[in-house]
Design a protein around this ligand. Sequence first.
Ligand SMILES: Cc1cc2nc3c(=O)[nH]c(=O)nc-3n(C[C@H](O)[C@H](O)[C@H](O)COP(=O)(O)OP(=O)(O)OC[C@H]3O[C@@H](n4cnc5c(N)ncnc54)[C@H](O)[C@@H]3O)c2cc1C
Length: 403
Amino acid sequence: MSTDCDVLIAGAGPAGAALACALSPLPLRVWLVDAAPPPAPGQPDRRALALGLGSQRILQGLGAWPALAPQAVPIARLEVTEKGWPGVTRMAAVDVRAPALGWVVGDRVLQRALLARVAETAVTRRAAAVTALTPRDGALDVTLSGPEGDTAVSTRLLVAADGSDSTVCRLAGLPRRARQTQDSVLLAQLRTDRPHAGTAHERFAASGPMALLPGCAAGDYTLVWTLPHERASDLAALPPQHLAPIAQEAFGWRAGKFLGLSNPRSVRLAESWLVQATGERVLAIGNAANTLHPIAAQGFNLGLRDVAAVAGLLAAAAAGQDDPGAAGLLAAYQRARQDDWRQLRQVTGWLPRLFENPAPPLAGARGLGLAALDLLAPVKRRLMTRAMGLGGAQNRLQRGRWP
Ligand SMILES: Cc1cc2nc3c(=O)[nH]c(=O)nc-3n(C[C@H](O)[C@H](O)[C@H](O)COP(=O)(O)OP(=O)(O)OC[C@H]3O[C@@H](n4cnc5c(N)ncnc54)[C@H](O)[C@@H]3O)c2cc1C
């Protein structure tokens, strides 16, 4: 069966671009299509992403890390606290003999770095969206709609990397489940009077969980504050000089005095995932497969592990000259990824609610729990290893060696 390509990746967001980089050294004809233009140089980031050490190793394997490293802020330690209670869990890179727990990178900086790597490869790029697909014997016929009209392309595997509202998953009939949420996140840049020294904070406050991710300058952070939707949009509409003291009151003084706050904006959250992330010659990665609450800062980390799994399976298939869209390969992908997906869905389901009840017996117990966890070194190390994306078996790409 002759086809135009072996793997067609729909969506050149960070997940699709990362997969294109991973597949580029393999003996496969790879296409990467997206109707949206790539982010222009200097276009501001929409959000800061915390990437674990596991993700950094994958980006290293993809050859994208050298361009990212100068713009990435290392997270040397993480403090998890509850406002008003003394318990604290501290996690530090030195405890696990790692260079950092993770790094903070702008989302558009990341996407640009990955697309720049793709541009150095033989991957075919098209400015078009996938708008229809028809399975036929041994291939999929895909309609691409772009500025020059519609084109028909045939592929042996179609990868849905087209984000939360995935057209490809819909066209392929992959069942999606959604979790109702009234949450938004309020994002802002924050300047404090105390150098962060690489410390990230996860603070459970009565108003909602607040994360501070360290920024490029010594006292700068990105604030990520989970709030009910209306409260988040009301606060985002305030003049920043009025919002700073409200954020300070909610967070407390653990990171110093909030000197200034800029660019507040609220982002409404949606949570959904595929019940089955594969169909006939189709598989989904990244947000198309799982769009989760950002409370654990794991969304793209999870997506990069999808990329590593697909790349590993396709490398083995290419070596054996096997069909990249074979049912067995798709089943292996679902099997390899489903536990990781399920565990993260569970954590992001209960974590935003865990600290909701401010009543003393519960809050006190949580404070004790945080303090106790701090003392339980083996448990803490296991948690850290998972959060850094280093849990479970690691394939070559996850070890930073590729292909
Ligand atoms: C507030 C917030 C904070 C976050 N913080 C973190 C964090 O700290 N750490 C972390 O790991 N993750 C974090 N995340 C999650 C992270 O942002 C996402 O997981 C990641 O951006 C998803 O990338 P993606 O490539 O899967 O999807 P997207 O970025 O949505 O890309 C999808 C692409 O597909 C294209 N497309 C759409 N339809 C089609 C079509 N029909 N055909 C072809 N192309 C199509 C789109 O144009 C787009 O370019 C956060 C998310 C939010 C909302």
